[in-house]
Design a protein around this ligand. Structure first.
Ligand code: SAM
Ligand code: FES
Length: 348
């Protein structure tokens, strides 16, 4: 376990030997706790329509240069089928925050995917009322990803002017109550983020006892109010990742697209510093370019099949294998074993 002082030291030290030791320990804990298998979750970006105006985000409501789209339910079901055909045991449906799919439409869609394929289903659709989360869960959703982005209330209010940290954390609480496997996360290198704030973020992520934690560098987008700010760095992002692996032991930690977008080797480096999950993009190629959160996003012109073979080759060079199982949470409620009905958020 790392103390707060040790976390701050790991975030700020310029001693390359210390940083190397941190990365080696994270890789050791990853191997001990999660093995060499990498879990693949196919990412389907189902719509870029968003009613919010997060300052960092390329698909924010006020960005007029985005061509908005909404995949039809049939297209989403077909994309999930393509992911299943590629052998991915799980898919993530992600979108901007809006009501472009009514709760009824979404629950029907989830039911169709679940009835056609043995896929673990993750949602990343933003903040919703409890009854909507409950309906999605009832329809077959197993997991939900909702990053709180920063634990600093003042930074949160500045960057997400139409949301509140308290409400976002409350959503995580509700999702847990409803039996979802819950993921959250942050961006690293946000303008105004200090080492102290980052240490608070890490401590909050640990306290939340999450099933999954997604982190990535903030990448400035020229079409947003943060156009003139510095992007985060891969180095600091990897330090945060390594610290989280050491602190949270068996949480699923992805090597994220943003890591691969600021450095061509970013995801490989992450897999060697604590990460055990990859999220290949299975969004139909025609829509991909319009889900542009930041510039330089990788795989924009590739087909799902190209992404699959590219990733398999990359994993092989690292000596890692592809997991065949859906990669459910490794967190176990007291008195239960992984995979039993008492373990958290089991799929149905
Ligand atoms: N609307 C949902 C939500 O807010 O949770 C999901 C979609 S949102 C685009 C997914 C994630 O993209 C956010 O949680 C944020 O961390 C990340 N993101 C957005 N803009 C980014 C940027 N400029 N650089 C890096 N990551 C970014
Ligand atoms: Fe809505 Fe980014 S501001 S998804």
């Amino acid at each position: 376990m790392l103390t707060r002082q040790e976390i701050l030291r790991a975030l700020t030290t310029s001693d390359s030997g210390e940083v190397e030791a941190l990365f080696l320990e994270a890789d050791r804990v990853r191997r001990e706790q999660m093995g060499d298998e990498v879990h693949l979750r196919g990412l389907i970006e189902i719509s870029n329509i968003c009613g919010r105006d997060c300052l960092y985000c390329g698909i924010r409501h006020s960005n007029p240069s985005v061509r908005r789209y909404r995949m039809t339910p049939d297209e989403v079901v077909a994309a999930a089928g393509r992911a299943a055909a590629l052998g991915y045991p799980s898919v993530v449906l992600q979108s901007g925050e809006s009501d472009v799919y009514s709760p009824d439409e979404m629950t029907e869609l989830l039911g169709r995917i679940k009835s056609l394929h043995r896929l673990a289903l993750t949602l990343s659709l933003g903040e919703k009322p409890r009854e909507v989360y409950a309906a999605y869960r009832e329809a077959g959703a197993d997991r939900y990803l909702l990053r709180f982005e920063t634990s600093s209330e003042s930074l949160f209010n500045r960057l997400k002017p139409d949301s509140s940290l308290r409400e976002r954390l409350e959503c995580l609480h509700v999702l847990r109550e409803l039996g979802y496997q819950v993921g959250s996360g942050i961006m690293v290198g946000l303008p105004g983020q200090t080492p102290d704030i980052l240490a608070d973020d890490i401590e909050l992520l640990r306290e939340l006892d999450l099933d999954m934690i997604g982190i990535g560098p903030f990448i400035r987008n020229p079409d947003t109010p943060l156009a003139g700010k510095e992007s985060g760095t891969l180095d600091l992002t990897l330090r945060v990742l390594a610290i989280l692996r050491i602190l949270t032991r068996n949480t699923h930690l992805p090597a994220t697209t943003a890591m691969g977008s600021i450095d061509p080797q970013g995801r490989e480096k992450a897999l060697q510093r604590g990460a055990n999950v990859l999220m290949p993009n299975v969004t139909p190629t025609e829509y991909r370019e319009h889900y542009r959160l930041y510039p330089g996003k990788i795989c924009l012109g590739d087909s799902p099949e190209t992404c699959a073979s590219c990733l398999t080759t990359r994993l092989a060079t690292l000596g890692r294998t592809v997991a065949k199982d859906p990669g459910h949470s490794r967190k176990v409620k007291s008195g239960s074993q992984p995979g039993t009905t008492a373990s958290r958020g089991r799929d149905r």
